[in-house]
Design a protein around this ligand. Structure first.
Ligand code: ARG
Length: 415
């Protein structure tokens, strides 16, 4: 990316101040290099600054998605799901992933947490973005997700045992193997550890919610990851698996679909973030049969889709810590912002949904001093929309201006 000019002021009509939960008028965001040095409301432009005037637009902090998979996209699966899997390798995914990174950035998501990729393609993508070789969001990456043999992380399930697969994945059974697998991920560049606490939808197991690790194994994952200074995200749909993961001390539960009252209570007690990918169901039910996924997969989605939304609403009511995570990659990259409307339909205020994707997400990622708010000392990660997102949350599906680290990545408002 080209070097950002020394001092820039971004001016707009409004700013969604996610820290106070209010909308403020006539903001001036002063940026030096890649950082915000001041946010003022007195209309005084500091001397020598270049002004980017976004007119009547509303500014927000760059958005954060805590659960994406930038190394694949459903657009790759044209109707034969097995062909798409069996004829592609890590190199195919590495060639395409920069396109998905750019789509995500253009949609206003300046930071993402990539929760699961084979062969460390996610590490290479993050590194290329960090070097400035290609555009893309800031990325925290997990590398291959840990999971039990035959479980949600084992992509070789359902194939003939005579087929040999050559790919780096996260399959590990038993405490010692798990500790070794985590060390491999850390050694190869993982920022965060992802594991499969329960079965899933888009994998071959018959159950969708059954626990796939013992309590002892989950405890070992969290102990080992935290010792290396890495947070832990647990994929879990089933009520029991969710509670086991929370008791083990994970930092976030992903999907959280069938969480029960005891699970909600435990999450509160432990300060665990819950991520509900509540938009996903619409896309899977409308598209995945056409893509050749087996009927058993669609049936599993029917078991969790609606329940997940109802439980999301209960979690909002219970005042749980909620962060925005979409599982984009299961649905098209760049559509991340569609989930805001689902979240507001199921119990959140527009401001709460925006906070989930900014301050809360930044807190979960351990980056709250750097991203997730338009504030002094933070990266100059800003987005703008033409209308009022508090009145019409679908505005966040049409982000018209994106700045990441002081560099304008997209500007359809002022050319
Ligand atoms: N990756 C997840 C899985 O296969 C997707 C679940 C999507 N469904 C949902 N209702 N959120 O389990």
């Amino acid at each position: 990316a080209p070097a950002a000019p020394a001092r820039v002021v971004v001016r707009a009509a409004h700013l969604v101040d996610v820290q106070s939960g209010t909308v403020r008028d006539n903001p001036l965001v002063v940026i030096d290099g890649e950082q915000i040095t001041e946010v003022r409301y007195d209309g005084q432009v500091p001397a020598g600054a270049k002004v980017i005037d976004l007119g009547s637009a509303t500014l927000l902090p760059g958005l954060i998605d805590c659960h994406v998979h930038l190394t694949g996209d459903p657009g790759e699966i044209k109707g034969d799901y097995y062909e798409a899997i069996l004829k592609r390798s890590a190199i195919d995914s590495a060639i395409l992933s920069p396109i998905y990174a750019k789509r995500t950035l253009d949609a206003g998501f300046t930071t993402v947490r990539n929760l699961g990729a084979s062969d460390y393609v996610d590490v290479a993508l993050r590194n290329a973005i960090n070097r400035g070789d290609i555009p893309g969001p800031r990325m925290l990456v997990s590398g291959p997700p840990l999971g039990a043999t035959g479980g949600h992380a084992d992509d070789t399930t359902g194939f003939s045992p005579w087929i040999e697969f050559h790919s780096v994945d996260g399959v590990a059974d038993g405490v010692d193997a798990i500790r070794h697998r985590i060390r491999e991920n850390v050694k190869n560049g993982a920022d965060v550890i992802k594991f499969m606490a329960s079965a899933g939808v888009l994998s071959a197991e018959t159950s969708v919610g059954a626990p796939q690790y013992s309590q002892e194994e989950m405890n070992a994952i969290v102990d080992e990851a935290h010792r290396w200074g890495k947070k832990v995200a647990a994929h879990a749909h089933g009520a029991e698996a969710i509670k086991m993961a929370i008791r083990a001390g994970v930092d976030s539960v992903e999907h959280s679909s069938m969480i029960d009252d005891e699970g909600l209570k435990l999450a509160k007690q432990h300060g665990t973030y819950l991520d509900f990918d509540v938009y996903n169901d619409d896309y899977i039910l409308s598209e995945y049969t056409k893509k050749g996924f087996p009927a058993s997969t669609i049936d599993k989605e029917r078991l969790v889709g609606r329940t997940q939304r109802e439980n999301f609403q209960r979690a909002v009511g219970a005042g749980e810590k909620l962060a925005f995570g979409t599982d984009a990659g299961v649905y098209p990259h760049g559509w991340n912002g569609k989930q805001f409307a689902t979240m507001t339909k199921w119990g959140m205020t527009p401001m709460q949904s925006i906070q989930a994707a900014t301050v809360n997400a930044a807190d979960l990622l351990g980056m709250k001093d750097k991203v997730g708010a338009v504030a002094t000392g933070h990266y100059a990660d800003l987005v703008a929309v033409g209308g009022d997102p508090i009145k019409d949350i679908t505005q966040l599906q049409h982000v018209a201006f994106v700045m990441k680290g002081g560099t304008v990545e997209k500007n359809e408002l002022n050319r």
